[in-house]
Design a protein around this ligand. Structure first.
Ligand SMILES: Nc1ncnc2c1ncn2[C@@H]1O[C@H](COP(=O)(O)OP(=O)(O)OP(=O)(O)O)[C@@H](O)[C@H]1O
Length: 553
């Protein structure tokens, strides 16, 4: 069983409270539910008055009109409260998704959560706060005030009946607390299973072509089936506890209504085996009988919404854990070609045992083009990654225009970066090239595509720049995908240009053409080009050679 610290509990309560705290509709929804109780009391009064009037030959219609008006008010107030609650929940989910998405984006590179699990958190787990805000929160307030109001009304008519109601409350609350504790743990297990299934499903979906090619679909189907079975088992566990708590509540509610009914009926008929401290007439007896279920109604509503509370608390714990693991990246902005200084810099990837780069020092002047040359694994990409915030600096300092690139700071927003595996999104080739500068004119996109060596590809496609790509870049060679990333960097006017092996896998003629375009793009900005090509490196202002060395610290 997972035990949470006091701080974690407080954090979770704060998160759930803050979602609606500043919204006045929150109080309106609660007020309406309490109004619903008052309408319930009026309804009981109308019924009791009507029955007494029939027995005594009084004015039945007045009482029945009161019951009718109260009945209509009652339905409307509860519905309105629910509607306001749903609107509040919708707004709260938008706010929470914004917050959780930011935390998901800022998860450290190579973190433990898969993208499928993150998607499950943003979509499903945020959804779990809906019931808490829309139903549970207003019902909880009503459940503390409404029974007191009903109890006062019952006590006015029959103090003994009020005492019976109080007496039956203790076992009911105990049943609720016991069921609540069990539900919390089961709810946590259900969320964990659901996140595992979502993660597995989306990751396998992404790898579907590979799974088909390697005929691994049967194996993965079994694995997905097991994960789905686990969700089913956990969900049944949650439902079992929910039904059990509802059953216990109904039992005690029915028992106490029966006790009140027996007492009030026998009191009116004078059949009690002892002398009662009060003598009820038909009106008062019927009134307490009609009010007894009203006393339990808020608790029954609370029990039916209790699962919403557990689900929201589990979701809140997971969302807070996600936020705790996030490392927000703050932008370090530069507006003109910056000077870069690497001082005894050691870089190490999160999961690695050795440094990718050890105690490296060099300077780059503003507007200078530097080529990083070195064997595979010597740390060229890692150096570029450190600048854009994807690789942590273990030791030493990187300065940009004299400002230290501290943990959490990244110059990515001011850099044009073409990595070895550029991100592609579903859309046209033009959309993908203009990803970082969506307002770029069409001619500029076409020029960047041409400069990056995409002319031949575009000629072969009937729709040219408007040819559609999926998120995997299916139908493009690895080199073409890379050139789309390069075109994106060439299109950008960012003052820092970071290129990772821009001419890899090209023949000499293509490389020469691309080199000219790259050097043209480097003009007026500070550029670092990681490359294996001596030809390209020779065109740079300066070459920095990296040596491959593994050094565990
Ligand atoms: N995500 C990662 N997690 C752990 N270690 C990594 C990761 N990425 C790279 N490394 C390690 O860091 C070292 C430097 O890798 P890097 O990719 O920076 O080299 P490179 O010079 O760019 O290589 P290449 O020329 O093959 O692209 C290598 O030893 C590599 O194994």
């Amino acid at each position: 069983m997972t035990t949470l610290s006091l701080d974690q509990r407080r954090g979770r309560q704060r998160l759930l409270r803050d979602l609606t705290a500043r919204d006045p509709r929150h109080m309106i929804a609660r007020g309406l539910l309490i109004g619903d109780t008052v309408a319930g009391i009026s309804f009981a009064l109308g019924l009791a008055g009507g029955v007494a009037a029939i027995a005594t030959g009084g004015r039945v219609w007045t009482w029945l009109l009161l019951a009718l008006a109260a009945g209509i008010a009652r339905g409307s107030l509860a519905t309105l409260s629910q509607r306001i609650g749903s609107d509040l929940a919708a707004d709260a989910k938008i706010a929470l998704r914004t917050r959780v998405t930011a935390a998901a984006i800022n998860q450290s590179v190579g973190g433990a959560r898969t993208s499928g699990e993150l998607a499950c958190t943003i979509v499903d787990e945020v959804e779990a706060v809906d019931g808490h805000i829309a139903r549970f929160a207003p019902i909880r307030t009503a459940a503390t005030l409404s029974p007191l109001i009903v109890l006062a009304a019952v006590a006015l008519a029959s103090p003994v009946s009020a005492l019976i109601l109080i007496g039956t409350l203790a076992p009911l609350i105990a049943a609720l607390i016991l069921a609540g504790g069990a539900a919390a743990e089961r709810s946590r297990q259900q969320f964990g299973a659901l996140a595992r299934l979502s993660g597995l499903f989306s990751d396998r979906l992404r790898a579907l072509p590979l799974l088909l090619a390697y005929r691994a679909t049967d194996r993965e189907r079994v694995r997905l089936g097991q994960a789905a079975d686990e969700v089913a088992v956990r969900t049944m566990g949650v439902l079992r506890v929910a039904f059990l708590s509802a059953g216990a509540l109904e039992f005690f509610a029915a028992l106490s209504v029966a006790l009140v009914a027996v007492y009030a009926g026998f009191n009116v008929l004078g059949l009690l085996p002892f002398t009662p401290p009060e003598q009820l007439d038909l009106f008062r007896a019927f009134l307490v009988l009609a009010l007894a279920p009203e006393f339990y109604l808020p608790f029954r509503r609370l029990a039916s919404a209790y699962h919403d509370k557990q689900a929201a608390e589990t979701a809140a714990d997971r969302l807070l854990a996600l936020e705790a693991d996030a490392e927000p990246v703050r932008p370090l902005e530069v507006h003109s070609a910056p000077a870069l200084a690497f001082d005894q810099v050691s870089l190490r990837h999160g999961s690695a045992d050795a440094d990718a780069v050890s105690a490296l020092s060099f300077h780059v002047e503003p507007g200078e083009t530097v080529a990083l040359l070195g064997a595979s694994g010597s740390g060229k990409s890692s150096l570029l990654g450190a600048l854009v915030g994807t690789v942590p600096v273990r030791e030493g300092t990187i300065r940009i225009d004299g400002r230290a690139l501290e943990s959490g700071l990244a110059v990515a927003g001011s850099a044009a970066w073409a990595g070895q595996a550029p991100l592609l999104v579903p859309g046209t080739i033009a959309d993908n090239i203009a990803l970082a500068c969506p307002c770029s004119p069409r001619e500029a996109v076409a020029d960047a595509a041409e400069a990056a060596g995409l002319a031949e590809l575009l000629r072969c496609r009937a729709q040219g720049l408007d040819s559609l790509l999926d998120g995997r870049g299916s139908g493009l060679s690895g080199g073409e995908r890379r050139r789309i990333g390069l075109a994106r960097a060439l299109l950008s006017e960012a003052p820092l240009l970071l290129l990772d092996e821009p001419t890899a896998h090209l023949d000499a003629e293509a490389e020469a053409g691309l080199t000219t375009a790259i050097l043209h793009a480097c003009r007026g900005r500070t550029a670092i080009i990681a490359t294996h090509s001596e030809t390209l490196a020779a065109q740079a202002d300066r070459i920095i050679r990296l040596e491959r060395r593994y050094e565990a610290a």
